[in-house]
Write a protein that binds this ligand. Structure first.
Ligand code: HEC
Ligand code: HEC
Ligand code: HEC
Length: 432
């Protein structure tokens, strides 16, 4: 005769049953979410050519090419490697071929954007910005579909994702989604009023939070539309759009924000690294009205300052080393006093580093990556030739990088903290 009291037996049974339910849930094969008819029918376009053209533009606005057009390869043929903390995934083939979207319907395509599911119900990995694209309206999805469907079908060699176990499994996708996926209410058409349109574009097609939201160790965020700043897998930092000392533009004039979004530059502010690619691949193609709507929204974001540690001071030898390197390697372009060098028309050829947010923002990651990899400034009206900066990745050791970054962050009125060689080493290895 068992002497165990009844409550323990009950708890044991409940525990067993719930574990069983979880295991069955995890292993249950994925099946496509049924597509319910929208309150307004799928927009049957009266003018197919205009719909395709709209889709072409929306694809530029969503920067689909960044993850789906291989370098030098056919448009949207897929196979673009995307590094994640869990391995490499490849953007899929979006042309109407067997390995691409051949045989898909407009509903299948909508399911992929809205629910992040492939045609057979396979849950797409979150390297696809599912928390953003779930906000895309059905009409915009249909226009995108019309555009992709008429592309030449290409059949590139298919590439399987290289994700470490268990991250590539459907069970892992289910857990991730249960924690971090926030599907949006289905919208029939995109809002037109400027305020709502700015929000629609920033949250949805523009997928700004795909980079600018803070992320945890599972690359998820409990507030996936946050713009409070996040680290990217390649080592860059997408600074907070809520803090004017980081990347916030709340205090800027409207036309300044428009210029920054359209050309990647306003006054001494230059978009660099991944943001320069967003401007080049996407934002410069956006219609004026949409840029204005985004600028409005960014200027209205609530201000929330990034917490900062008290600035670190540097030992004398590091400061002297930084001063020497700066004078030898950097001053010829950026100026003895970090004042930069402007063209006759007032546009900057070499950006000032005195007063630069890229230099003084909380994370030294972007200044470090600029110095490591160099780069070209974006072309803009009145700036015909791109101005370049050489990479210093082979030139400067960690201690020298720390020294020169410390110099930038503490001279000419800049009041950010010193950077240590250990910090440099950590920031370098968190990237490549
Ligand atoms: C930041 C990178 C990124 C951007 C931007 C992006 N995608 Fe993707 N997309 C991916 C990745 C990665 C996959 C593959 C996910 C998987 O297989 O788990 C994918 C898969 C897809 C799929 C599913 C393909 C299939 O075979 O199941 C569709 C459809 C798609 N993307 C459409 C788009 C469209 C339309 C845009 C632009 C509006 C876009 N994507 C922009 C990364 C991106
Ligand atoms: C691929 C990742 C990525 C995406 C997507 C992205 N950003 Fe950024 N953004 C960055 C990084 C990295 C920086 C820091 C580099 C810099 O300052 O140019 C940045 C900087 C910025 C800045 C400050 C620029 C300056 O010079 O002060 C603004 C404003 C900004 N982003 C707005 C946006 C908006 C709006 C969107 C969506 C339309 C967006 N970003 C999408 C990565 C991204
Ligand atoms: C040949 C001229 C040249 C030299 C030498 C040079 N730079 Fe630059 N630097 C540039 C240009 C041009 C840019 C803008 C590049 C871009 O937008 O990617 C830039 C950008 C930067 C940025 C990013 C500024 C911002 O607003 O985002 C930093 C930080 C920087 N340089 C630091 C340095 C340091 C430190 C050195 C010396 C070790 C150095 N540079 C040497 C031309 C130069």
């Amino acid at each position: 005769m068992s002497a165990r009291p009844a409550p323990w037996r009950l708890i044991g049974a409940v525990w067993l049953l719930s574990s069983l339910v979880i295991v069955v849930w995890l292993l249950w094969p994925a099946s496509p979410t049924p597509i319910t008819p929208m309150n307004t029918p799928a927009v049957a376009s009266a003018d197919p050519a205009a719909q395709i053209e709209r889709g072409r533009l929306l694809a530029l606005q969503g920067n689909c090419a960044a993850c789906h057009t291989p370098a030098g390869g056919p448009d949207y043929a897929g196979g673009v490697p995307l590094r994640t903390p869990f391995g490499t995934v490849f953007g899929g083939n979006l042309t109407p071929s067997a390995s691409g979207l051949g045989g898909w319907s407009a509903d299948d395509f909508w399911r992929a954007l809205h629910w992040g599911e492939s045609r057979d119900g396979r849950l797409l990995t979150p390297a696809f910005p599912l928390n953003n694209f779930t906000h895309i309206s059905r009409a915009d999805s249909d226009a995108l579909w019309a555009f992709f469907q008429q592309l030449p079908a290409v059949e590139p060699p298919s590439k399987a994702h290289e994700l470490r176990w268990p991250y590539g499994t459907q069970a892992a996708q289910k857990v991730w989604r249960a924690l971090f996926f926030r599907p949006a209410d289905a919208l029939a058409t995109a809002p037109e009023a400027p305020d709502e349109r700015g929000i629609y574009l920033v949250n949805g097609l523009g997928h700004c939070s795909a980079c600018h939201a803070p992320r945890n160790a599972l690359a998820g965020s409990f507030d996936p539309l946050s713009l409070a700043g996040g680290d990217l897998p390649d080592g860059w930092h997408a600074p907070s759009l809520l803090d004017p000392a980081e990347a916030g533009v709340q205090t800027w004039p409207h036309n300044g924000v428009v210029a920054l979004l359209q050309h990647g530059r306003w006054q001494q502010h230059l978009s660099t690294g991944p943001m320069a690619e967003v401007v080049h691949g996407s934002l410069r193609h956006w219609p004026e009205g949409d840029i204005a709507a985004v600028a409005r929204h960014l200027r209205q974001l609530p201000i929330q300052t990034v917490p900062r540690n008290p600035p670190l001071s540097a030992p004398l030898d590091l400061r002297e080393l930084g001063d020497r390197i700066y004078r030898q390697q950097c001053a010829q372009c950026h100026g003895e006093q970090g004042q930069g060098f402007a063209l006759a028309n007032g546009e900057w050829a070499y950006p000032p580093l005195a007063g630069s947010r890229s230099v003084t923002q909380h994370s030294p990651a972007n200044a470090l990556h600029s110095v490591l990899h160099g780069g070209f400034s974006l072309p803009a009206p009145g700036v015909e030739q791109p101005f370049g900066m050489p990479p210093f990745v082979l030139e400067l050791k960690d201690v020298e990088l720390a020294a020169v970054l410390t110099h930038l962050r503490t001279q000419w009125g800049n009041r950010a903290g010193a950077v240590t060689p250990l910090q440099v080493q950590q920031l370098r290895t968190s990237g490549h």
